[in-house]
Design a protein around this ligand. Sequence first.
Ligand SMILES: Nc1ncnc2c1ncn2[C@@H]1O[C@H](COP(=O)(O)OS(=O)(=O)O)[C@@H](OP(=O)(O)O)[C@H]1O
Ligand SMILES: [Mg+2]
Length: 381
Amino acid sequence: MEAENYSEELDVAVRVVHLACSLCQTVQEGLVSASSDHVKSKDDDSPVTVADWSVQAMVSWILSEHFGSQNVSIVAEEDVETLSNPNSAGLLDVVVTTVNKCLAEAPKFGLKKPAKTLGNSQVLNAISRCNSSGGPTGRHWVLDPVDGTLGFVRGDQYAVALALIEDGKVVIGVLGCPNYPMRKEWLNYHHEHYRAMTESLLPSPHSWDEGCVMYTRRGSGKAWMQPLIHGNETLEWPNFAKSIQVSSIDDPALATFCEPMERANTNHSFTSGLAHSVGLRKKPLRVYSMVKYAAIARGDAEIFMKFATAGYKEKIWDHAAGVLIVEEAGGVVTDAGGRPLDFSKGMYLEGLDRGIIACCGVPLHDKIVSAIFASWDSSNL
Ligand SMILES: Nc1ncnc2c1ncn2[C@@H]1O[C@H](COP(=O)(O)OS(=O)(=O)O)[C@@H](OP(=O)(O)O)[C@H]1O
Ligand SMILES: [Mg+2]
């Protein structure tokens, strides 16, 4: 039966995402106490951190050890060029140290650690092995080592996203949300008070309470959430797993919609007009990263919309894990034309019609898609 497949893959994926969250938390704490060595610029000027490379190296190493490197194809965000440049020697040292420190903790998470610490070339190899471009056939892991890099460097929300695609379909989705606590009250609290209180101040990661890891398997009709582990705790399955479900709200007046924080990543004025025409009354909730999918999946918000500027091609690693978790938790995710997202075309969501709409259920989703149909011509997207 389909729902029983992939248990070993899911088990390893959840554990490795827990380990990656722990790595990210340590690095984010370091960032908050400010070391500019930890931030580099990518071509597109978005911040790239030690955590990006270290998570990618670590996840690649664990998956290859577990399943055999010849069986593991990984599509991931970071390439190895910047890091293998001799000018980046200092940064590479920090990454290698971070990876080894993290892997030393692997047994706490039920994973195997290396017999000897990894050297520079092993770490670079692990990163460069993630050079698959996916496609319509075979198995491909899809990793966003730190999704929401802006949120990460600002001490705010970010996610570690790992998915498995088989023959073009997402079959496993795991989303680590280190600053997104298990408690539902967080969203209101965050929205109303937290950002205002901390506008000029980077928060200490400890003030967020513990984060969570969400996961699912295609066809299970279920999605789960586990708390992160702390200190000397060990990850004992099922680690207090709680089943999660989308919200049952279908009245737009009661619904909350979330969208990207940054104007550069979505068209806020278009979504604001759309929200008005559909009857959404609440202020949009702007959150960095795939935590937006997490919020829909567990019923903290009802709608997620993202409309990138024309010409921007959405990458599969920014959506694969989140989409499956929302769908299995009872939600609907499509492009703006109402079609499912296509993960079979390589690293991009080729053919995506305008934007992405994730909803807790069909009635709200229909309303949004109809409103887009009605208002598109008059918009200046
Ligand atoms: N121009 C443009 N338009 C749309 N999307 C873009 C664009 N540029 C980048 N990206 C990708 O979007 C990811 C961030 O999306 P978010 O929803 O997390 O946005 S936001 O941080 O809340 O503003 C972001 O993921 P990360 O790089 O992991 O942060 C990018 O992959
Ligand atoms: Mg991303």
